[in-house]
Design a protein around this ligand. Structure first.
Ligand SMILES: [Zn+2]
Length: 76
């Protein structure tokens, strides 16, 4: 199951900014990412890795959905 918020990406402190952190792959600030995978750069290593996992989840889900639809059709 895919998480609603993506907060487990590697972060690094922004130099000279006391409370600011950013993704250590794409360098986008955590406040701009706001826990959403699509707010990372498209070529962000973390985003690419997560989207690989996410796509696998999606295809598994649609496989189950197709079977459920078939089952429903049979009972009709
Ligand atoms: Zn990133």
């Amino acid at each position: 199951m895919e998480p609603k918020f993506w907060i487990d990406y590697p972060q690094e402190h922004i130099e000279g900014e006391m409370y600011k952190y950013r993704c250590s792959y794409c360098k986008i600030e955590t406040t701009a990412i706001n826990g959403l995978i699509e707010n990372h750069e498209e070529d962000c290593t973390f985003r690419i890795e997560q989207e690989k996992t996410y796509r696998q989840t999606i295809s598994q889900k649609s496989h189950i959905d197709v079977n459920q639809i078939r089952g429903a059709d049979e009972t009709d």
